[in-house]
Write a protein that binds this ligand. Structure first.
Ligand code: UT7
Length: 334
């Protein structure tokens, strides 16, 4: 039987994936020694069993470079062929220049132009959106998109409501122009700046005491109203999933795999249930990595491809949500 192509004609396809995470593992049992928590609470409330943690002296770019090289190798693309490098991060090496330029230099992508994207946990799909647009309108043929975070150094280790959630790592994809049926069938994103106070980090930002001296200790840490964020996350992820699938000209039933942002297993279960997607069709690695923000989806994509879970020709739906709020979705035929 001839297979009838269903969905939009893609301009760009994911030709390679890669990821790099720290060797150091911080388990729930380790956290029991730091804050008043338990493996049982963390597992049932979040789905996280352990997360990876960077060591002193390491830099975000170290992980980006390893993930990028793996993705380029997988795609059989030479760095010199890259037109574009987009790095999604809220934890770059320096305030400036952008960490994307450090990666550009390290991998020898001399022809590329490079920039960072700041869109919290949605950053990777924001980067993918920009790269897909550049390819679709003929301004680029090959792009490298990376999501990378060092979140454990932003943890307040006295706040059990946040410090159990986050982990470190990087993931990358290579996007090529394409004329066949495999590729990005639809991609969406959005923001709503009236909820910035629910999840944020002042860091060395000018809203803090930076202007009047050194940032105070409290300003270094990530802050979140978890309950409120949770409610918005489920609603917005569901809505984004529906919109993105519709834009691809598909039905939810056409999706082979849901590859969501890995923030909380209960958020993922609630969204899958509303979409009527069984959990057997949801890719999960939250138990190993926790919430790695913009690195979450590219790490998941690489593991799912590497382990033969996502097969050629299959269609995946990815949805993300993060502080701000920011959100996005993508439907991709592999
Ligand atoms: O990446 C995108 C953005 N992030 C997210 O999407 C995260 C969204 N939020 C969440 O995942 C969840 O809200 C949390 C995991 C952060 C919290 O789970 P929850 O089920 O909403 O718990 P809760 O905040 O309602 O707290 C329930 C209880 C409280 O105790 P009381 O007041 O009932 O006595 C908390 O103090 O659990 C307590 N608690 C803990 N207990 C043990 C909070 N954190 C912990 C902990 N260990 N780590």
């Amino acid at each position: 039987m001839t297979e009838v192509f269903k969905g939009t004609k893609p301009a760009a396809r994911i030709a390679g994936t890669g990821h790099s995470v720290p060797d150091k593992i911080l388990s729930n049992a380790d956290l029991e020694k730091i804050v008043d928590t338990s493996d049982e609470w963390i597992t049932t409330r979040t789905g996280i069993k352990e997360r990876r943690m960077v060591s002193r002296g390491e830099k975000t770019s170290d992980y980006c470079i390893r993930a990028a090289r793996q993705a380029l190798n997988d795609a059989q693309v030479d760095p010199i062929e890259l037109d574009l490098i987009i790095l999604a991060t809220i934890s770059g090496d320096l305030r400036f220049p952008a960490t994307a330029l450090i990666v550009q230099n390290a991998i020898g992508a001399k022809k590329a132009t490079a920039w960072d994207v700041s869109a919290t946990c949605s950053g990777f799909l924001f980067g993918l959106y920009q790269a897909e647009m550049a390819i679709a309108c003929g301004r680029a043929k090959k792009a490298l998109i990376i999501g990378s975070e060092f979140l454990t150094p932003m943890n307040d280790w006295t706040d059990r409501t946040t410090c159990v959630l986050f982990g470190d790592g990087a993931g990358a994809v290579v996007l090529n122009d394409t004329s066949d049926e495999r590729g990005i069938l639809s991609i969406t994103n959005g923001t709503n700046g009236d909820q910035c106070d629910l999840l944020y980090c002042i860091g060395a930002g000018t809203a803090g005491s930076f202007n009047s001296g050194e940032p105070s200790d409290g300003e270094k840490y990530l802050r979140m109203n978890g309950n409120e964020v949770f409610k918005h996350a489920v609603r917005i992820l569901y809505r984004t999933a529906i919109e993105t699938v519709k834009l691809a000209g598909l039905e939810v039933a056409d999706i082979d795999w849901l590859v969501p942002h890995q923030a909380n297993i209960r958020i993922i279960q609630a969204v899958a249930e509303r979409l009527n997607i069984p959990m057997e069709k949801v890719f999960l690695n939250i138990h190993k990595y926790g919430n790695t923000s913009s690195a979450s989806v590219p790490i998941a994509l690489n593991e799912a491809r590497r382990d033969g879970i996502i097969k050629d020709g299959q269609v995946i739906l990815s949805v993300v949500f993060g502080g701000g709020f920011t959100w996005g979705g993508a439907v991709v035929r592999f």
